[in-house]
Ligand binder design. Structure first.
Ligand SMILES: [Zn+2]
Ligand SMILES: [Zn+2]
Length: 252
């Protein structure tokens, strides 16, 4: 039985991560552009802060990339293993002709916050279908109802315009028509993506450079913090000495 494989090649996850980074980068730049009408001095200061933030953000996006990709791969691998090892329910009979049905698809579904394997069966004789969760619970499709009068005497039709899918549910009793549109179901072309990827996603050379320089800054910070603690302790102990000198005894 074929089923949807979750785990993909590494490049799929890498592109997915970059697409996310480009989306966030574009939003941040858009936010800056919206403030272009501010007084020049203020805008320049804002842009300087923005550029600095972008530098660290791009570096951190690169630094987190491998770990995120590994997490995605492990999660998809876990799903594939769960599907591979799940046994279909046997002896499912067709409700129309009582023939043993054939399982033709399995997938993962969430129900009440838990993950289940979902099996779909079809009848080799009359093509009727049934579906079950791996705990044996049957999935029963509820008949479509009119939202206005509750009648089940409805007719569904669909229309696809410019990549948008619209579903019309027409009630034969009260003549109400319910309209639902599923956004744009066709992949939009993103002609600026390659250019923006260069802008927001560091190459491995740039990324490694960022990680190294960030390490140096962290080390400097550590040394600075140590120095600060040492100086504090020195001041404290010299104050203690002075206190004892003036009063002749040590009290804190
Ligand atoms: Zn049948
Ligand atoms: Zn109705």
């Amino acid at each position: 039985m074929n089923y949807y494989k979750h785990e993909k090649d590494h490049i799929y996850y890498s592109d997915l991560y970059d697409r996310h980074t480009v989306t966030i980068g574009r939003l941040m730049d858009k936010d800056l552009k919206r403030r272009k009408n501010e007084p020049l001095k203020l805008f320049k200061a804002r842009k300087a802060i923005h550029d600095l933030c972008m530098y660290f953000w791009k570096g951190e996006e690169y630094a987190k990339k491998d770990k995120q990709i590994q997490a995605w791969i492990s999660e998809d691998r876990r799903k594939d293993e769960l599907l591979e090892n799940s046994e279909q329910l046997k002896n499912i009979h067709c409700l129309c002709c009582n023939k043993i049905m054939k399982c033709f698809d399995k997938s993962l579904r969430e129900r009440y916050g838990h993950e289940y394997v979902f099996f779909m069966y079809s009848c080799p004789d009359c093509n009727s279908c049934r579906a079950f969760y791996n705990d044996g619970t049957e999935y029963r499709v509820k008949p479509a109802k009119c939202k206005k009068c509750g009648s089940e005497n409805v007719k569904k039709s669909t229309k696809k315009i410019k990549g948008e899918l619209t579903v019309y549910t027409k009630c034969n009793k009260c003549k109400n028509i319910d309209v639902y549109t599923y956004g744009n179901i066709e992949e939009k072309k993103d002609l600026d993506f390659a250019k923006d990827r260069d802008k927001y996603c560091l190459t491995s050379e740039e990324g490694q450079e960022y990680i190294q320089s960030n390490k140096a800054v962290e080390e400097m910070n550590e040394i600075w913090e140590k120095q600060k603690r040492r100086r504090k302790n020195l001041i404290k102990s010299s104050e203690k000495r002075r206190f004892r000198d003036e009063k002749g005894e040590f009290v804190l």
